[in-house]
Design a protein around this ligand. Sequence first.
Ligand SMILES: Cc1cc2nc3c(=O)[nH]c(=O)nc-3n(C[C@H](O)[C@H](O)[C@H](O)COP(=O)(O)O)c2cc1C
Length: 446
Amino acid sequence: MKKRIQLAFDISWTEIETNWRNPGSWVDRHHPNIGMFEEVARVAERGGLDLIFLGDSTGIPDTWKDSIDDAVSYGVAWPRFDMSPWIVAMSRVTRHLGFGLTYSSSFMHPFYTARLLNSMDHITNGRMAFNVITSARRSDFANYGYDGLPDHGERYDRLEEFIDVCRALWNSVEADAFLWDKASGRVADPAKVHPINHEGKFFKVKGPLSVVPSPQGSPVIIQAGGSPRGIRGAAHVADHVFGRTKTLPLMAKQRRDLDDALLAEGRDPLEVGILWSLRAIVGETGKQANALREALISDVPMEAVGAWLSHNSGYDMSRLPPRFSLAELQERIVAAQASPVGFVNLLAHKYGEHAEIDREEFFRHGLEAATGYATAFTGTAAQIADRLEEMFEATGSRGGFMVKQSQAGPREIMLNIVDHLVPELQRRGRYRKSYEGKTLRENLAV
Ligand SMILES: Cc1cc2nc3c(=O)[nH]c(=O)nc-3n(C[C@H](O)[C@H](O)[C@H](O)COP(=O)(O)O)c2cc1C
């Protein structure tokens, strides 16, 4: 039997979202509108999607020209809300759809986060995933008392301890601890409620968690580290992994590296899927899809591109000379403790490590990356399904795709996936006809 491909919608306001002016955008001057989020959730559930994913960051980009002005002007990675209450609202108009909430292990406290996610798992009846991130941007750290980024490896040490504490807390009250025994008046059995007494490098938590265990016990843990240390971190904490779409050989390598890291943790690689993040524009014809993609990347101000690239790399790209070496730029990014496997690294991979590049050409590639359309799949449903199947098989046939659906993008992009791509995958035996599991964890089983 063919393995099923999983699909999620990433509706984060993450990248350059200048498309809100286009006809058919979900967003207008009344943003944020809870009705929009409810409508998106209903559409996703109609398509049988596994989950809606919501990323997070708190700082407005300020590395470009040492200022937030261009990011503020053009809506680059802002506005962004704490999505937990919005998820609760979306869960009340759906029954099966899962939700991925993002919080940063770099700033949050595991006790607060474990308690919040327990409540959300109750409210959604077992449909929560927790995307735990290590923050990698200076403006996020600046809101939590840091002058710069902590060491890249240390961020992952903290992430691992963060999830170890959360898991201990979620297990601190046994599933059958509660009695609600009217005759004796006993609420719960103290023998089944355990302090955790955690004392680690980053956290000191006594426990137990003061709650009733939730339907899933713990939310599905998702992690997105792509660097060697990030992959080890994912192998330690994640039930499933988010991956950045790259060239097929690089994606296959990430799958192999993750499998090795899982084995080193004593875990079974066959149980852990990767959801690859990408954009897909489905048209009735390939030409129509390409025209829509071109419209979406035209008219994007270069200041917005610069603000986004600088935010992610920790390097002010407004200072780039007319021609420069990609290797030197990559060195500065690594020295700034940003991710070593971001946009510039991928470009160096494409051009060769020692290549030089013109500023203009660099920004042209930057525009594609910053809008998320650098690796966008455009075409008919059949053409896109062919490519998804190829990628799925080349990366171990476990997991699927997290399709970015900008709130600022035209509605037809999301509707075409639900109405054309999903039925095409169903015809190929690659997609379920209805939700099978009761919880998100069951629906995501690979
Ligand atoms: C698919 C995907 C989703 C991510 N979502 C977020 C996010 O919502 N917020 C954030 O600050 N970082 C996000 N990240 C960044 C990661 O948490 C991590 O900081 C980054 O990938 C650098 O780690 P690395 O060097 O191990 O790749 C995401 C990364 C990927 C690949």
